[in-house]
Design a protein. Structure first.
Ligand SMILES: C[S@@+](CC[C@H](N)C(=O)[O-])C[C@H]1O[C@@H](n2cnc3c(N)ncnc32)[C@H](O)[C@@H]1O
Lengths: 363, 102
């Protein structure tokens, strides 16, 4: 028989275990969450909470979330739903790391296993303190394990593809989200498009699909993530310049050098001040008349209290230290202060996700 | 001497042990399904074939259905004590009864 047929990357044990983690998350986010929401909405405090925060400032918004969390935590089904979420989030590493380690020989044999030559790596780059975090409970952070690239592809992706975590509702298709976000850009004729915090490159794929002739430039702090992005863009034949940079301090792109900026799932990973600095840096590199589209989980002001409790939970429980800080922020207002015009913020999918903020640099 | 070891703060640990067992149980159930499929397709299974196996789209859809039911039975056990209508029971199992013709 031929041995050339594609074989399962993780073997049967790894593949099936990952599948079950996805099934647990799907069931919990669907059935258990629905029942938990009913308990929450039947509580005596629910009507007052549904009226929203008392003020629009970040302190009032967080006070509202705190009150809603107290109600949710009293309820058995909420706790059960969160227990399952937490179990899956931990198991992505507890189960997933040994699963990819077992297939190390296979990943090492891939011709493109190390692809630094296609990346501008900057060993001198000052990595900001806030980046020192086991993001999403990932031991050692984004660069903590040399097989996090294949781990992302064969463990994280199949579980996340089902939706039902953080802001993505069950059944959400994140690939389609990326295309939908990019489609918000109002023009078709951009020549150079920039993505700060490109991670494993999935959004670059969406940008290329919509703008096949545009030149793509992207940066990330993490070398492992840039390597994953290089593997993905090479495999799909997408030309993109990948640079290790801190997008919140200096991208080292010339002033007024890009026509559009796209961000996806980035802002909730930075402290508020770094986000403002990042948006200011994007303003600097955009050409006058250039457009920017941001996408991140919805702000707390745009969602109901139970939903806000679920999002806020990631801050403490899924190693997202800035999730709530971002949820209580108003990026549109910050962008207007920086000088952007025509700022619009709106949801383009169910459960207010993806939430986008669109703006233009006057010119 | 007391032979009680776990305390109330071990309830989460017990939950983790149950969910870990669910993963292991599914891995075995999936392995049985793959073996059955290989035997049906070729009457013989070679070393390594189960591990290398990638389910076809149709077979994966069948597996997903069985897997979702198993997750529903285990993770949904606490719901079973609370939501007991026929429609709720069927919905947890990913089913519904045929609607009466209008
Ligand atoms: C959740 S990932 C999203 C990746 C990608 N945009 C996508 O759509 O999948 C966020 C990424 O932002 C990167 N990041 C965080 N802070 C950054 C900064 N100051 N400059 C550049 N990248 C940053 C992280 O390393 C991580 O890869």
């Amino acid at each position: 028989m031929t041995r050339n047929a594609p074989v399962s990357a993780l073997g049967q044990h790894g593949r099936a275990g990952v599948d079950m983690l996805g099934a647990m998350q799907k069931f919990a986010s669907n059935h258990v969450r629905r029942a938990a929401r009913q308990q929450f909405e039947a509580s005596a405090e629910a009507p007052a909470l549904a009226a929203g925060a008392e003020g629009e400032d970040r302190a009032s918004i967080m006070d509202w979330v705190d009150r809603a969390r107290d109600v949710a935590e009293r309820q058995a089904l909420y706790r059960l739903e969160r227990f399952t979420q937490a179990y899956v989030a931990l198991s992505i590493y507890e189960f997933g790391i040994p699963a990819v380690e077992r297939s190390r020989a296979r990943f090492a044999a891939e011709a493109d296993s190390v692809v630094d030559d296609g990346i501008e790596v900057d060993p001198q780059l000052a990595i900001p303190d806030y980046f020192d975090c086991d993001w999403h409970l990932r031991p050692g952070g984004w660069d903590g394990y040399d097989l996090y690239g294949p781990h992302g592809l064969h463990v994280v992706k199949p579980i996340f593809a089902l939706g039902g975590f953080a802001a993505a509702p069950v059944g959400a298709n994140i690939g389609q989200h990326r295309l939908d976000v990019v489609a918000q850009l109002p023009r078709r004729d951009y020549r150079r498009i920039y993505e700060p915090g490109c991670g494993n490159g999935s959004t670059l794929v969406a940008i290329h699909k919509s703008f096949p002739d545009a030149e793509l430039i992207a940066c990330d702090l993490s070398v492992e993530q840039l390597r994953a992005a290089r593997r993905l863009t090479d495999k799909l034949g997408i030309p993109a310049s990948l640079r290790q940079r801190d997008a919140a301090t200096d991208t080292r792109e010339p002033d007024e050098s890009v026509d559009a900026v796209v961000t996806f799932a980035l802002h909730h990973e930075l402290p508020h001040a770094a986000n403002v600095a990042l948006l200011t840096e994007m303003f600097r590199i955009l050409k006058p008349g250039g457009d920017i589209v941001l996408s991140d989980p919805p702000p707390f002001r745009a969602i109901d209290p139970f939903h806000a409790v679920l999002l806020d939970w990631d801050t403490e429980h899924r190693a997202e230290p800035f999730f709530s800080e971002a949820g209580a922020s108003d990026w549109g207002a910050e962008m207007a202060r920086i000088g952007f015009a025509d700022v619009k913020a709106y949801a383009i999918g169910p459960d207010s996700y993806p939430w986008v903020t669109l703006a233009r640099k006057p010119g | 001497m007391s032979n009680t070891y776990l305390g109330p703060d071990n309830i989460d640990d017990l939950g983790r042990m149950v969910t870990a067992l669910l993963t292991e149980l599914w891995i075995t159930r999936d392995r049985v399904a793959v073996l059955e499929q290989l035997l049906e397709d070729k009457k013989i299974v070679l070393p390594g074939e189960v591990d290398d196996y990638i389910p076809s789209e149709d077979f994966e859809a069948d597996l997903e259905r069985i897997r979702d039911r198993m997750a529903a039975n285990v993770i949904g056990a606490p719901l079973a004590a609370r939501e007991r209508s026929v429609d709720q029971i069927l919905a947890r199992a990913g089913m519904e009864r045929p609607r009466a013709e209008a």
